[in-house]
Write a protein that binds this ligand. Structure first.
Ligand code: CA
Length: 225
């Protein structure tokens, strides 16, 4: 198996070199990029398995890079920033990064996070069992599990759509609420829970031995990757 390729997008050469050294020692392949505006083309060309993305970059800042990448790629992204308060802001913006690390960090910690993110994403590539593939087509307003069209209510369909966008990623009840009821209607956590319960029951009709939707205690729900 080819070792995972990690993009190190970092404009401080010293820092980039240290990361490179640690990642390579841990068995990763690495590729360094110093400018934000060079990431897209190289991501398309080389298809990285993970991107370590600095926030402050020449050319295009990390936040924009992240947004652009998400238009065509689900590659795991770990953002790095020198400011703790930036992390809160970034989390609020939901720009699609998978993890955040604050500088100064220990390279060892970054390697550990990289491993963790890849582990979370790892099973995705293997899960080519088409029986388990959830596909939601919002244009046709239709969801499929493998070949079978699911009989869902509009709310259940939207719910499955949200969860299926990023399998493995936990969505909080608040996040789901905002997505399911964009009109700002006030619903309780229990409403979300009961929609999830119904959706689970329907999925179980087709796939009784699998629990595709996992609840994460105190956080929310996720679709198994
Ligand atoms: Ca920087």
């Amino acid at each position: 198996m080819t070792p995972p390729l990690v993009f190190i997008v970092e404009d401080e050469p010293k820092l980039a070199r240290v990361l490179e050294e640690y990642l390579q020692r841990d068995g990763f392949r690495t590729h360094q990029i110093e400018r934000g505006d060079q990431v897209m083309a190289q991501a398309k060309e080389l298809g990285p398995d993970l991107i370590l993305l600095d926030l402050m970059l020449p050319g295009l800042d990390g936040m924009e890079v992240c947004r652009e990448l998400r238009r065509f790629s689900e590659v795991p992204i770990i953002m790095t920033t020198a400011r703790v308060d930036e992390i809160d802001r970034l989390l609020g913006l939901e720009i699609g990064a998978d993890d955040y690390v604050c500088k100064p960090y220990s390279p060892r910690e970054v390697v550990a996070r990289a491993r963790a993110v890849l582990r979370r994403w790892g099973p995705k590539a293997e899960a080519e069992d088409t029986r388990l593939a959830v596909a939601v087509d919002m244009d046709r307003f239709e969801a499929r599990l493998g070949e079978r069209v699911l009989d869902l209510t509009p709310v259940e369909l939207r719910l499955l759509h949200c969860l299926s966008e990023r399998p493995g990623r936990v969505l909080s009840r608040d996040q789901l609420m905002n997505r399911l009821y964009p009109d700002g209607r006030v619903v309780t956590d229990r409403t979300i829970d009961s929609h999830v319960k119904n959706l689970r029951r329907k999925l179980a009709d087709y796939l009784p031995e699998q629990d595709l939707i996992r609840s994460v205690y105190g956080v929310g729900y996720k679709l198994e990757a």
